[in-house]
Design a protein around this ligand. Structure first.
Ligand code: KIV
Ligand code: ZN
Length: 504
């Protein structure tokens, strides 16, 4: 980390995030997420609301035992029984924090709690004092602080700091604030609360008007030094401020005075894990972790990105754990994007070819939303039925425990079917050796890459191979629901290019 001030990341995916209907996790899944958050580098994990159910209690106990680095936090109301239960659940934590609080807005004081401001202030102080006798760290939340009068809020904050709270959470519970308003609220507390330097102010912003991240950043710019966030921004209603957006905003904007400890390269993996465990798909255009966050489809942008990524990208995708920017082929793509993909697939066109191919590509793109690798192979006449020298007629593999992996391959070579069987150290190795026996040509397999398609809804696997033969490098590609078949087809694709195109 740079010499910027530290910004603490308090992750509440397992508490506020998990309140989303249909997203509940079992304890084993919660531990999996907690461990991923620890590896990601969050400072605090809010593990649950222990008094709310035996399941939540048990999850907090297990998470407290499972992670070592982050502070483990349990939520309570400003109710002594809640605090006792939370302290019991957190007993095994290396560092435990109780997050207690009460509503401070007129809505909460009069309508929800049927109380008055002075009684609320007293209850807040009593809860903090009580919690402080049970655990080392106490955080206080002023629920609905976004709609709380600043002068009253400042009095509550001063009193709970005196009672022992060292972190003060200022939630915009209903997502009502504008960034300027939320920033001014934090500034007000920083300037008007006499003992504010004995505590850290924390943001906790909801996204009802789509401003959770903007509000969080406004809070940070005005003095908050902890942010409460969730992975993928999940949470009640429209969700919470998202961890990846806040972390990448302060990392990317060099003018921010703070930075976090987050290992950003683990962001994508953590996002996918949470999305799949919680059955909450990430919207494609979601900042940082959406499928399209680094995808370029218009010709002008594609040309710009291919010349220099920074022309159209402010974040290197690798920094958040995404392999590379995606150049998506659509009817708006230009020649630069088509050439990029043809080169990647190993199709070597000659002068004049690119214009012809581009015209045919546009016709195809007009008829479908996106042009895939397989479509390109068709376009360039390299699909299975285009007069290739080699065609796969049969593939049979035998593999498993206590078996020598073995493959039988039947290949049509210039019209005649030839077959071979080979053993290998695995199914792929055996199948590749059988193909090599048949074709009677020397080649080296330089690269073999299998990717599960995580962007689509099916379970197709994509295989890219790179071989060297006849003094050149050749690329092959295939996709199939069976990964061994896809691998052999990709190899055959590369061999066909070598055998058909090398004379051109
Ligand atoms: O949004 C909110 O006010 C909360 C508190 C319970 C911290 O989640
Ligand atoms: Zn909340």
């Amino acid at each position: 980390m740079s010499n910027k001030e530290p910004l603490l990341v308090f992750d509440t995916t397992l508490r506020d995030g998990e309140q989303v209907p249909g997203c509940q996790l079992n304890t084993v899944e919660k531990i999996q997420v907690a461990r991923a958050l620890e590896t990601l580098g969050v400072d605090v994990i809010e593990a649950g609301f222990p008094v709310s159910s035996p399941g939540d209690f048990e999850a907090v106990v297990q998470i407290a035992a499972a992670v070592r680095e982050p502070v483990v936090c349990g939520l309570t109301r400003a109710v002594l029984k809640d605090i006792d239960v939370a302290a019991a659940a957190l007993k095994g934590a290396r560092r435990a924090r109780i997050h207690t609080g009460i509503g401070t807005s007129p809505y909460h004081i009069y309508s929800k709690l049927k109380s008055n401001p002075e009684a609320i202030l007293e209850q807040a102080v009593k809860a903090v004092r009580y919690a402080r006798n049970l655990v080392e760290e106490v955080e206080f939340y002023a629920e609905d602080a976004g709609r709380t009068d600043n002068e009253y809020l400042a009095r509550v904050v001063e009193a709970v700091i005196l009672a022992g709270a060292t972190v003060i959470n200022i939630p915009d519970t209903t997502g009502y604030c504008l960034p300027s308003e939320y920033g001014a609220k934090i500034r007000y507390l920083m300037e008007r609360v006499p003992n504010i330097h004995q505590a850290i102010l924390s943001t906790h912003c909801h996204n009802d008007l789509g401003m959770a991240t903007a509000n969080t950043l406004a809070g940070v710019l005005n003095g908050a030094r902890q942010v409460e966030v969730t992975i993928n921004g999940i949470g009640e209603r429209a969700g919470n401020s998202s961890l990846e957006e806040v972390v990448m905003a302060v990392r990317t904007r060099k003018d921010f005075p703070v930075d976090t400890r987050i290992n950003t390269r683990r962001i994508m993996e953590t996002s996918r894990m949470v999305s799949s465990l919680m059955n909450m798909p990430v919207q494609p255009n979601k900042a940082i972790v959406g499928r399209n966050a680094f995808a370029h489809s218009s010709g002008i942008h594609q040309d710009g990105v291919l010349k220099d990524r920074e022309n159209y990208e402010i974040i290197d995708p690798a920094e958040v754990g995404v392999d590379e920017s995606a150049i998506v082929l659509t009817a708006r793509s230009g020649r630069a994007a088509l050439k990029y993909h043809l080169d990647r697939l190993g199709y070597h066109y000659y002068n004049g070819d690119l214009d012809t191919l581009y015209a045919r590509f546009l016709e195809m793109a007009d008829q479908q939303k996106q042009v895939t690798d397989q479509d390109l192979l068709k376009l360039t006449g390299q699909n299975e039925d285009s007069g290739t020298a080699l065609k796969l007629k049969l593939l049979q593999v035998l593999t498993g425990v206590s078996t020598v992996p073995m493959a039988t391959v039947h290949l049509e070579v210039d019209g005649a079917v030839r077959s071979a069987t080979a053993e290998g150290n695995g199914a792929f190795d055996a199948a590749f050796k059988a193909v090599a026996k048949i074709i009677d040509e020397h080649f080296d397999l330089d690269e073999f890459l299998i990717q599960a398609i995580t962007r689509g809804s099916d379970d197709v696997g994509k295989v890219h191979v790179r071989i060297h033969g006849r003094n050149r490098t050749w690329y092959g590609f295939s996709a199939n629901t069976d990964i061994v078949t896809a691998s052999v087809q990709a190899l055959i694709d590369a061999l066909n290019k070598m055998m058909i195109h090398h004379e051109r």
